[in-house]
Ligand binder design. Structure first.
Ligand SMILES: Cc1cc2nc3c(=O)[nH]c(=O)nc-3n(C[C@H](O)[C@H](O)[C@H](O)COP(=O)(O)OP(=O)(O)OC[C@H]3O[C@@H](n4cnc5c(N)ncnc54)[C@H](O)[C@@H]3O)c2cc1C
Length: 297
């Protein structure tokens, strides 16, 4: 069986799923081609006839779309499925900070969440999620001002640092969207990670799900050469797990007012999946990865 990883991203840094697959299968068995992508797949006959954007074509037993929330592979098998805007947006930045907490801090207010954690020596990552009934139409420069305005209700080192930011290019804005697919595969084309099941970041589980998908798939492919059976097993193994996490995420988003005013009816419709343990109980468990000068420049 031939495995080919197609990517337009030469760094492969965010393709966590691809990394996990490589660990399960010796890299020597995978041929990696950069700067090309799938243009079309003819899956009407038994084998998959793939046409690449560089004009080449080849046949495969299985095509795996691990190409994120705007998956082109998903468009091939589910052209009518669109991403759903979840009524809130994220503003993110990385800032210099010499005396910031080394643990993950998260601050809540209705319809708003400000989180931060250290990502390097003297570097802190901050994200702000805020309810926005409709998609805000702001120019790039205006996002910095909106970020500051939304963060102004919080008071601590990180919110103050946000107020001092001057560079609009340092702010990354993203509307939070979700993807649901009726099945993770059609024929022998499979979607994994965000391509199959993107959901909001409330429990920070998107990357974890993508990695789990890849590990589960690699394991199943290692156990059986029957691709159709592997796909059936994969679906039945992964869907309950992903659906549980999705429901937990939805409950947390709704109860936090991220999708609008919280009502008893809404809470009844989206009950808790896990007990609502405050995140701060994990503070003691998170080791400071930069203690002792590891990674210091
Ligand atoms: C605001 C926000 C905060 C988040 N915070 C967290 C968090 O704290 N923890 C967490 O676990 N998750 C978080 N997530 C979710 C997480 O980012 C995703 O779930 C995760 O990155 C999904 O991994 P993936 O490999 O499926 O997709 P991606 O990381 O999107 O990777 C897809 C890859 O495919 C490549 N690609 C795209 N199109 C093509 C193409 N046509 N051909 C070839 N290659 C292509 C891309 O370049 C990219 O490298 C967050 C998401 C958002 C929006």
């Amino acid at each position: 069986m031939t495995f080919v990883l197609q990517t337009t991203d030469k760094r492969l840094t965010s393709a966590s799923s691809a990394t996990a697959s490589c660990r399960a299968y010796p890299v020597a068995r995978a041929q990696i081609r950069y700067s090309t992508t799938i243009a079309w797949v003819d899956w009407s006959a038994g084998a998959l006839d793939v046409i690449f954007s560089d004009g080449t074509r080849a046949q495969f037993d299985l095509v795996i779309g691990a190409d994120g929330i705007r998956s082109a592979v998903r468009k091939l098998i589910y052209p009518h499925i669109e991403t759903a805007y979840r009524s809130f947006c994220a503003w993110r930045t990385v800032m210099e900070c010499s005396d910031c907490d080394t643990v993950f801090r998260i601050r809540f207010s209705p319809g708003r969440v400000l989180g931060s954690f250290q990502v390097g020596p003297n570097l802190v990552y901050a994200f702000l999620l805020a309810h926005h009934a409709g998609l805000p139409s702001l120019l790039r420069d205006e996002h910095l001002e909106r970020f500051k305005e939304l963060a102004s209700q919080f008071h601590a080192t990180v919110p103050s640092l946000i107020q001092q930011q001057r560079d609009p290019a340092g702010v990354v804005f993203v509307p939070v969207q979700e993807v649901e697919t009726p099945s993770y595969y059609r024929g022998r084309i499979l979607l994994i990670g965000d391509a199959a099941h993107a959901f909001p970041p409330q429990l920070a589980q998107g990357a974890a799900m993508a990695i789990e998908d890849a590990v589960a798939l690699a394991g199943l492919l290692g156990e059986s050469g029957d691709v159709d059976q592997v796909l059936r097993s994969y679906e039945s193994r992964r869907r309950p797990r992903v659906d549980t996490i999705r429901a937990a995420v939805r409950h947390r988003a709704i109860s936090g007012g991220m999708e609008g005013p919280v009502t008893p009816e809404l809470l009844k419709q989206y009950p808790p999946v896990f007990s609502d343990i405050p995140l701060k109980v994990y503070d003691d468990l998170i080791e400071d990865p930069f203690a002792g000068g590891h990674g210091a420049a």
